[in-house]
Design a protein around this ligand. Structure first.
Ligand SMILES: [Zn+2]
Length: 311
């Protein structure tokens, strides 16, 4: 059994303005890192387009229509101060959703042990009817709903370790009692949400704000004290990771001081949870990470652990 990696050429055709942090070079560097011979045993798959019904698992038709209609014929447009669309952006976002759906299918049917979706744009800030923070559709939340509704999974956990609070995923799963959303993030930092009192409609949300300039020691202690016990109590049948790598010490958008070793430790511990509760079933999707060298090295470290743990 192997690790699958899903990606697609459409991720290269979502163009943001010059100087934008969420740039094409991110996915180019990730794909280049995963072409190293160390990754030869990966099961490389195309991230397919999704169906409209996939998007409608979490968003109203009006949001899908608005995103589709907003795409410019040339150049780029700003949906807000951070979130841009170019020709090809809708298709890229659809393939990001489709990659996550296909990754869930491959893991749930036992074709592969675990999977990583190397995609952009990211998804965890998109709310029901609001693109936000570089994100158009809520990829991780849609993947969770897909597992619940179509694979008849009883409990899905989504762990989001991007440095920014996953407000979108949290909103999309807020009243879904079959899901547990756990997000760690720097606070204070955009978008400013993710306080401990945000616990979900069914006590199904856990947020873990971490102070600027804290490092992997506090992250590890926090996950040991709060996250792993909560996951053990919930006993997920599938673990979805919103894998942002912008908590890295070199990232320009935030001030946490994690290293590649911290991402290795965290991935190993989350795989331990998956081994204990769900036969190792992990689907990980790329969110942030804006220092290109740190992003490439961190993704390589993360996928390397997934490969070691594939069984
Ligand atoms: Zn982020």
């Amino acid at each position: 059994m192997v690790t699958a990696v899903f990606s697609h050429e459409s991720f290269l055709k979502h163009i943001t303005p010059a100087g934008h942090s969420e740039q094409v070079a991110r996915i180019e560097r990730v794909q280049a890192a995963l072409r190293d011979p160390a990754f030869d045993s990966l099961d490389r798959r195309e991230a397919p387009d999704c169906s409209d019904d996939d998007i409608l698992l979490c968003h109203p038709q009006s949001h899908l229509d608005a995103i589709t209609a907003a795409e410019p014929a040339t150049g780029s447009i700003a949906l807000d101060g951070d979130t841009y669309m170019s020709p090809g952006s809708t298709l890229a976002a659809r393939h990001a959703v489709g990659g996550c759906i296909a990754a869930v299918d491959a893991v749930m049917t036992g074709e592969v042990s675990n999977a990583f979706v190397a995609c952009r744009p990211p998804g965890h800030h998109a709310e029901q009817s609001k693109p936000m923070g570089f994100c158009l559709f809520g990829t991780a939340a849609i993947a969770a709903k897909h597992a619940l509704e179509r694979h008849r999974v009883s409990r899905v956990a989504v762990v989001d370790f991007d440095v920014h609070h996953g407000n979108g995923t949290q909103a999309l799963l807020w009243d879904e009692p079959r899901s547990l959303f756990i997000g760690s993030h720097q606070n204070p930092l955009w978008p400013g949400t993710g306080m401990p009192e945000e616990t979900g409609a069914q006590d199904n949300v856990m947020t873990l704000p971490l102070p600027p300039h804290s490092d992997g020691r506090l992250m590890r202690a926090t996950y040991e004290a709060q996250v792993f016990p909560a996951l053990d109590a919930f006993a997920p049948e599938l673990l979805i990771l919103s894998a942002g790598f912008d908590a890295h010490k070199d990232d320009p958008l935030a001030q946490l001081e994690w290293t590649e070793d911290d991402f290795v430790w965290l991935t190993q511990k989350l795989c331990d949870v998956a081994d204990q509760h769900c036969d190792g079933r992990v689907v990980s999707t790329l969110e942030g990470g804006y220092d290109l060298n740190a992003l490439a090295a961190s993704v390589a470290a993360h996928v390397g652990v997934l490969m070691e743990r594939a069984k």
